[in-house]
Write a protein that binds this ligand. Structure first.
Ligand code: ZN
Length: 434
């Protein structure tokens, strides 16, 4: 029996896409109401504990920053027309921008505008969290078309004493050992990065509800970098119980799949994700070694923690042209890609749940399978041939030192086929748990 219900790809894809679309318009940042509104929506699907960490609180070498409030922002031309409007796209405001209200010349305005000259039609996504400044983002095409003259600039924002918000959901399994699943919640209207990850993990948590699992599952939705630091600094006592973990982002495009190993490199989560990616059938699969650059796996894999946490993505961040631009919108992510990402993640978790180490109880020579009805259905077609190979591999490697995952890796046969074969051999009395 599978842990996760076998949902039709069309159904799960639509379910994740709809949730991603619902949270897409919200202007999120590392702090502020955008994060809270997003947690409100995710909390309608799963039981989500909310945490507020006050501004100024320490998080290891960092300090929780002030809370960002954004009400409105615009650039008006001489005629008083809004030529850049926050209401049209929240990417227009430098995320976490300080307030400003002034009338300035074009030359001065240009010093506060970010564009993408190489992608002149797109609005970039830019942030300034730890250096206080104000700014706008717009298409390069629009910037170069602006006539000389004066412009009224207004960013109606505030950086105030408040808090950083994050959400947490715990699914209790039979054991207190945990699997950590993490998605960052700090990006504004960007669909792949990371409405897709937030929506996918929420749906995964929802489908776990009422299911019996071996592991407990901890889902954390928190801002990038400062959010994982805040979580870690307040939950250091929980870290030793986490046996496996995955950071999930950019799971709605058709690239990859990409798996970046944990710092350990050979953790079970690394092996399970690599096995799934290699059996995914996708031509563009990428398996990356750990590097100290990326998303929140950097904090989980810092030397003081060295947790077994990897990163799963479709296209790797910063490798697709839509990355951190207005083109990372709801047209860029597709339900079918969300569905296959969901499938790969749940397959890897299924491996972790179902792995065990078998011992061959008849190890001297091959046991006679035909007499036990285990060879009876090998009629020569390819799939039954594969089943026979799975039986033979399990029997041969079941010396008490190889888990089913290790047998799947060495044989090149999918874990699900190896697990099924081991189950049949166990029923036939040929295997026991080592
Ligand atoms: Zn990003």
């Amino acid at each position: 029996m599978n842990i996760w219900p076998q949902i039709e790809a069309d159904d799960i894809g639509a379910e994740i896409f709809d949730l991603a679309a619902e949270i897409f318009p919200i202007c999120r940042s590392i702090t502020g109401d955008g994060v809270r509104q997003t947690l409100d929506i995710l909390g309608r699907h799963i039981d989500l504990a909310r945490h507020e960490v006050p501004s100024g609180s320490p998080a290891f070498d960092w300090t929780i920053p002030n809370e960002w409030v954004i009400r409105d922002a615009f650039i008006k031309d001489k005629a008083g027309r809004r030529i850049v409007d926050f209401a049209a796209s929240n990417l227009h405001v430098l995320n976490y921008s300080a307030p400003v209200h002034a009338t300035i010349a074009l030359a001065e305005l240009k010093q506060h505008v970010f564009t993408l000259p190489e992608q002149p039609d797109l609005i970039p996504y830019r942030t300034s969290y730890y250096a206080e400044r104000w700014g706008f983002c717009m298409s390069h095409k629009q910037l170069i078309a602006l006539p000389e003259g004066e412009y009224e600039v207004c960013i109606d924002s505030e950086l105030k004493d408040g808090s950083l918000s994050y959400g947490e959901h715990l699914h209790r399994g039979n054991s207190d050992r945990e699997i950590l699943l993490y998605a960052h919640i700090c990006h504004p209207s960007l669909a792949n990065d990371n409405c897709s990850g937030l929506a996918l993990l929420t749906c995964l948590a929802r489908h776990l509800q009422g299911r019996t699992t071996r592991y407990s599952y901890r889902f954390v939705f928190a801002p990038g970098t400062i959010g994982s630091l805040a979580w870690l600094s307040r939950n250091e006592d929980k870290v030793p119980a986490i046996d496996h973990g995955l950071v999930v982002s950019c799971v709605g495009d058709g690239g990859g799949p990409t798996y970046k190993r944990s710092r350990r490199g050979i953790a079970i989560i690394d092996r399970a994700m690599i096995h799934v990616v290699q059996h995914s059938g996708f031509a563009n699969q990428k398996l990356l070694d750990f590097s100290p650059y990326g998303y929140d796996e950097r904090q989980f894999c810092s030397p003081g923690f060295n947790m077994p946490v990897g990163l799963f993505q479709r296209s790797a961040f910063a490798t697709f042209p839509e990355y951190h631009t207005s083109a990372d919108n709801l047209d860029f992510i597709r339900p079918e890609h969300l569905a296959s990402s969901y499938r790969m993640i749940s397959d890897a978790l299924e491996i972790i749940e179902k792995d065990w180490t078998p011992l061959n109880l008849s190890p001297k020579g091959e046991p006679q399978l035909g007499r036990r009805g285990l060879y009876a259905d090998t009629g020569g077609n390819k799939s039954t041939g594969q089943n026979a190979m799975a039986l033979l591999w399990v029997l041969n490697l079941a010396d008490g030192s190889n888990s089913l995952l290790a047998i799947a890796e060495r044989s090149g046969i999918a874990f699900s086929d190896i697990a099924r074969a081991a189950g049949r051999l166990r029923e036939a009395g040929l295997l026991a748990e080592a």
